[in-house]
Design a binder for this molecule. Structure first.
Ligand code: NAI
Length: 261
């Protein structure tokens, strides 16, 4: 636990399930004030709010599509109206779909880029602008992926978006370091969330993924939430522009284990 996170205002996109939910709940345990963005109106966010409040945090939620500029502006205004400021912006919302690249439509390409890259840019820009106007030495955390460096056939739009997020993070980190705004990137490996539901329900497909992980197991959302809490806290006060690979060693060339190669 990080005492300095208490009462900090944290905005998290895509916070009703998966990694967003785990981070929202972790910041609830830190007794932060959490603003959840959710995309699909199915009520899942209400459970997350209850969990945060039961842990001693505060929470509020607003629906929105991160790829729409007006929705992103509304999200940030909602955070300020509800809890008075913005200290930490976590750009988590993301999508993927498998298509061989020669069949990938412009529409599919654009959708993934719009949500995964443009959405993170829009919320970063709005948060930075707010922090500059109010002299806040804030914190931005982007959720990239090991596929910001591991090529991924059939997911070219996803890999391109995540490579873009990594370079966007590094560029913004450099640009705003003099203002004390820290901007970092978390790149998870394979984590047990709904995005992987279908794959991990198939034992063969799941084992194929595990074979790519030197630590030998699929990561848990809480392990990524712990990285986000550390990056948001003062314990990482000299860290900016980092891409933190939380991947059980997936980016370390597992094919070379045990003297192979
Ligand atoms: P998920 O599918 O469980 O959750 C994604 C969330 O994003 C959902 O809450 C969804 O409603 C939201 N979302 C989708 N489109 C949106 C939009 N237009 N506007 C606002 N919200 C939208 O996926 P998961 O695993 O929790 O992924 C979270 C992030 O982590 C994504 O950026 C993903 O690319 C990244 N990631 C996940 C990995 C994993 O193995 N689970 C590995 C590497 C990266």
């Amino acid at each position: 636990m990080y005492e300095d996170l208490e009462k900090k205002v944290v905005v998290i996109t895509g916070a009703a399930k998966g990694l967003g939910k785990a981070m929202a709940e972790r910041f609830g345990k830190e007794k932060a004030h959490v603003v959840l963005n959710y995309h699909t109106e199915n009520g899942d966010h209400k459970e997350v709010i209850k969990t945060i409040e039961a842990a001693g945090g505060k929470a509020a939620a607003i629906q929105g599509d991160v790829s729409k500029e007006a929705d992103v502006k509304k999200l940030l205004s909602f955070a300020v109206d509800t809890f008075g400021t913005i200290d930490i912006m976590i750009n988590n919302a993301g999508i993927e779909n498998e298509v061989p690249s020669e069949k990938l439509t412009l529409e599919d390409w654009q959708k993934v880029i719009d949500v995964n890259l443009t959405g993170m840019f829009l919320a970063s820009r709005e948060a930075i602008s707010y922090m500059l106007d109010h002299g806040i030495k804030g914190n931005i955390i982007n959720m990239s992926s090991v596929h910001d460096r591991i090529p991924w056939p059939h997911f070219v739009h996803y890999a391109a978006s995540k490579g873009g997020v990594k370079m966007m993070t590094e560029t913004l980190a450099l640009e705003y370091a003099p203002k004390g705004i820290r901007i970092n990137n978390i790149s998870p490996g394979a984590i047990d969330t709904p995005i992987n539901g279908e794959k991990f329900n198939d034992p063969k497909a799941k084992q194929e993924v595990i074979n790519l992980i030197p630590m030998g197991y699929i990561g848990k959302p809480e392990q990524i939430a712990a990285c986000a809490a550390w990056l948001a806290s003062a314990e990482s006060s000299y860290v900016t522009g980092l891409t933190l690979y939380a991947d059980g060693g997936m980016t370390k060339y597992p094919g070379f284990q045990a003297g192979k190669g």
